[in-house]
Design a protein around this ligand. Structure first.
Ligand SMILES: *Cc1c(COP(=O)(O)O)cnc(C)c1O
Length: 401
């Protein structure tokens, strides 16, 4: 008799019954040797696929030298990765973390501290948007505002005001004398691949300027080349004051970062924030190796090219199977299919075709291939999606007949 409560792990994950033993590029191989095309990429984490030679070599070399020393000491790899992020973004300052939620915590603290040192300690509230996802710590579930993540965890952390997605009037009405910042994902990932239109981002930037607010972008899922730009906000031409990054920046190693302008970070002085593991030599070696590849001439062009192949292919499949796929969404290799059938049914149908995807809110499935996927691999994925759509379409017609 198998009793699920008898297994040693918290029952917090509804895991698929799949056990992978190794990965090679965009492929994951099970213990029994079945090969899956991985268009989930650890939820936008394995930006360079599995076992990328440059990452493997870097990790091995660093593992033989030094793993961890503490931020009590200088960490040259940290300065180097920080400088490269500064050189390639709006930011002047970087704080390294181990996860997305911690990057958001740092972003929130940075914004509050900015107003504090400016002589406005009452400005601590942050405006967020319905459907947002910012992590699972107590502050980030309050920021995300989703009831299903808040339930049962005591009083919601104070200081987050949520407004409907894309509702300018509600946004303006929510700004008060205690508002410190606006926090938004350029494209909601977990929320269902919902893009903020470029003109809305530009309007947000202007609004922050006018009201003396900081603009915080959560690019944990959209960043590090995922949309075909190094960061998604570059499509709109705006710059944030603070930005949270994680997922793809470590290529599978737990790594996050909070980036800020010097002005926004001016309250983050010695001793006000810290981390034991964040920015350790092992993580920094891998993070630098990820950037070696992403910043290579032509890499983002490759992402855009593969994204176009996918976009055209998906549009054609959704045209042919409107009873299965209602809409194609997203930017670059952060793609969403809003399905007519339940999204979990589609994820399972694709898994039956040995293509891995991830579900999201708004009845969407996400396609998040490693950024190194080739055109051939993209066409392979499209063929599997077509087969699954055909099968679901036949099943739907039989059901309604
Ligand atoms: C995944 C995610 C987070 C949380 O990152 P963790 O590493 O799980 O803490 C925050 N924001 C966005 C947009 C995400 O996609």
């Amino acid at each position: 008799m198998t009793d699920v409560s008898a297994q040693p792990l918290y029952d917090t994950f509804a895991r698929a019954d799949l056990r992978f033993e190794r990965g090679e590029g965009v492929w994951l191989v099970t213990e029994s040797g079945d090969r899956y095309l991985d268009f989930a990429a650890g939820i936008a984490v394995n930006s360079l696929g599995h076992a990328h030679p440059h990452l493997v070599e870097t990790l091995k070399n660093q593992a033989e030298k030094l793993w961890h020393v503490s931020n009590i000491y200088e960490i040259p790899g940290q300065k180097r990765l920080g400088q490269r992020l500064v050189d390639n973004t709006f930011a002047d300052k970087v704080f390294f973390t181990n996860s997305g939620a911690e990057a958001l915590e740092c972003a929130i603290k940075t914004a509050r501290r900015y107003h504090y040192v400016n002589g406005s300690p009452e400005r601590f509230r942050i405006i967020t948007f319905e459907g947002a996802f910012h992590g699972r710590t107590l502050a980030t579930i309050a920021a995300g505002g989703q009831a299903k993540y808040l339930e049962g965890f005591g009083p919601k952390v104070e200081g987050f005001d949520q407004v409907p997605f894309g509702d300018e009037k509600a946004l303006k009405a929510a700004i008060g004398s205690e508002t410190a910042a606006i926090l938004i994902e350029p494209i909601q990932g977990e929320g269902g691949v919902r893009s903020v239109p470029d003109e809305d981002l530009r309007a947000l930037r202007k609004l922050c300027e006018a009201e003396g607010l900081l603009l915080i972008l959560d690019e944990v899922q959209t960043g590090v080349g995922r949309t075909g730009k190094l960061f998604a906000h570059e499509w709109s031409g705006i710059q944030p004051d603070i930005m949270a990054v994680a997922k793809g920046i470590g290529g599978g190693f737990p790594l996050g970062a909070c980036l800020a302008t010097a002005e926004a970070a001016k309250g983050m002085t010695a001793g006000v924030h810290g981390t034991t593991f964040g920015g350790n030599p092992l993580a920094m070696a891998v993070g630098n190796a990820v950037l070696d590849v992403i910043l290579e001439e032509g890499f983002l062009e490759h992402v855009k090219k593969i994204a176009l192949v996918m976009k055209q292919g998906l549009a054609s499949i959704s045209d042919r199977y409107p009873d299965v796929i209602a809409e194609v969404r997203g930017q670059g290799l952060l793609m969403g299919l809003k399905t007519v059938v339940p999204n979990t049914t589609m994820v399972q149908a694709l898994r039956d075709e040995q293509l891995l995807t991830v579900s999201a809110g708004d009845n969407v499935i996400r396609l998040l291939p490693p950024l190194v996927a080739t055109e051939e691999e993209a066409r392979d994925a499209l063929a599997r999606i077509e087969t699954a759509a055909e099968r679901l379409s036949v099943a739907a017609r039989q059901k309604s007949a």
